[in-house]
Write a protein of this length. Structure first.
Length: 440
């Protein structure tokens, strides 16, 4: 496919089904990672903080750490970037002079959905707000060439990785000073100003990775104490996430979105590349990524899950997660090209077409189960995946059934109505028979 050309896609295009299939798979993968923060306190990164009861929990952490950590966010960001190009180019091809205005309105409403997800449904790890803010910048780059887009994406990615190295050096510099100061304090000595600053800095850095039993118990009590109590805890985290963490992750998300625009323009995401490219993505990505991630995970385990061990593992974090993400993407595209298990592909594509509804449903289920039913902190890490698999099965069955009778998911319909300023037809006049659901 020639560089810079946006692929055409008809109503029943396999290309659109491919994008929806990947989106559905990654949506499930995001829940696979999110469920830990939804149901346990401070256990997303460090399995020893909470929910650890034995080997099953350790192996659950190892599998997700090696195979999924950071990869689902990367692929979903790529798909969002591709969606920026797809939405604006379709509007422009339809002769709409307000294509960018429509996109901006659509994205501002996505930010609003993200705020509802975080502040009302109490999901501290909401990604919609991040995507909406970042998407406002990405739209300005959509018409660049594939080479330019890849160059910008890789540069941003390397810049983000460099920030991680700077953070590690800062931690290594503070740790011995803080350790000495803590020893002096335990011996009954007085700390000078430099020592106090070092201890405070170390506590801030290490809190990213290690939480005390008292802190976990306090979080559990807050989340089980009712909606108001849970809101008080979550709101503090959301303020941090939607301010400092937004800045910290900006180039991470922006770079992946820009690369997603390039992958759509080049035809990679629409099965227009030769199969050997997808095989190279899968085999090469997995070879580099799994090797890197296994070494990182082994390093953390061998060094006792200490803050420094986690921080040192972050040196190669971006290399490992991006490589595995590329491997996952290649595998999913090869699966789509194979034509195997058509019923599964179509059902998963239906999940992807209702991605916003299904994503917000994850938060709603978590709110009911962990806050209203007070199950936060009660399940072991591996037991949380019983919840995940149940939600997967429910959405995999319900999504295609819903789309046989309705043109959009309920939140997608609302989003479209808010974007265009008028309500589109919702119910299908004639329900679609069979598993295949035409794309709109």
């Amino acid at each position: 496919m020639s560089e810079g050309v946006v692929p055409a896609a008809g109503p029943n295009s396999d290309r659109i089904e491919t994008l929806d299939f990947i989106r559905g798979c990654v949506l499930f993968g995001i829940l696979l990672m999110n469920i830990t923060s939804m149901g346990l306190a401070d256990a997303y990164t460090n399995p020893m903080n909470a929910g650890f009861e034995g080997p099953a929990d350790l192996w659950t952490w190892i599998v997700t750490e090696v195979g999924f950590e950071g990869t689902q966010r990367a692929i979903f960001s790529m798909l969002f970037g591709a969606g920026v190009l797809l939405f604006t180019s379709r509007a422009e091809q339809a002769g709409r002079p307000d294509a960018v205005d429509l996109f901006l309105r659509r994205t501002l409403w996505l930010i609003a959905f993200g705020m509802v997800n975080a502040w009302v449904l109490l999901w501290e790890g909401d990604i919609l707000y991040f995507y909406g803010i970042t998407g406002l910048f990405v739209v300005a780059f959509r018409k660049l060439s594939v080479r330019a887009l890849l160059a910008i994406g890789i540069a941003g990615f390397l810049f983000n990785a460099a920030i991680g190295i700077v953070e590690l050096r800062a931690m290594r510099a503070v740790q011995p000073v803080a350790a000495q100061a803590i020893a002096v304090e335990k011996a009954g000595g007085k700390l000078n100003g430099e020592q106090k600053e070092a201890v405070a800095a170390w506590q801030g850095m290490s809190s990213r990775f290690v939480a005390s039993p008292q802190e976990v118990a306090k979080s559990n009590a807050a989340m089980r104490g009712g909606y108001a109590s849970a809101w008080a805890r979550v709101s503090k985290i959301v303020v941090f996430f939607q301010s400092w963490l937004l800045y910290r992750l900006f180039f991470d998300i922006f770079s992946m979105m820009i690369i997603g625009v390039a992958l759509l323009k080049s035809g990679v995401l629409t099965l227009q590349a030769p199969s050997r490219l997808y095989w190279t993505m899968m085999l090469g990505g997995y070879a580099v990524g799994f090797t890197t991630n296994i070494l990182e995970t082994r390093w953390i385990i061998d060094h006792g899950f200490t803050p420094v061990a986690f921080s040192e593992a972050l040196i190669s974090y971006d290399l490992g997660r991006l490589a595995v993400a590329v491997g996952h993407l290649g595998a999913m595209l090869l699966f789509c090209r194979s034509g195997a298990f058509g019923w599964l592909r179509r059902s998963m594509a239906a999940v992807g077409r209702m991605a916003l509804t299904n994503y917000l449903t994850h938060s709603l289920v978590a709110l009911i189960l962990f806050v209203f039913l007070k199950q936060f902190g009660h399940l072991a890490r591996h037991e949380l995946y019983y919840v995940v698999f149940s939600i997967w099965a429910f959405q995999l069955i319900l999504s295609p059934i819903w789309l046989r009778h309705f043109r959009f998911g309920p939140v997608e319909w609302l989003w479209r109505a808010l974007t265009y300023g008028k309500a589109p037809p919702f119910r299908r006049e004639v329900p679609v028979a069979g598993a295949a659901v035409p794309a709109e």
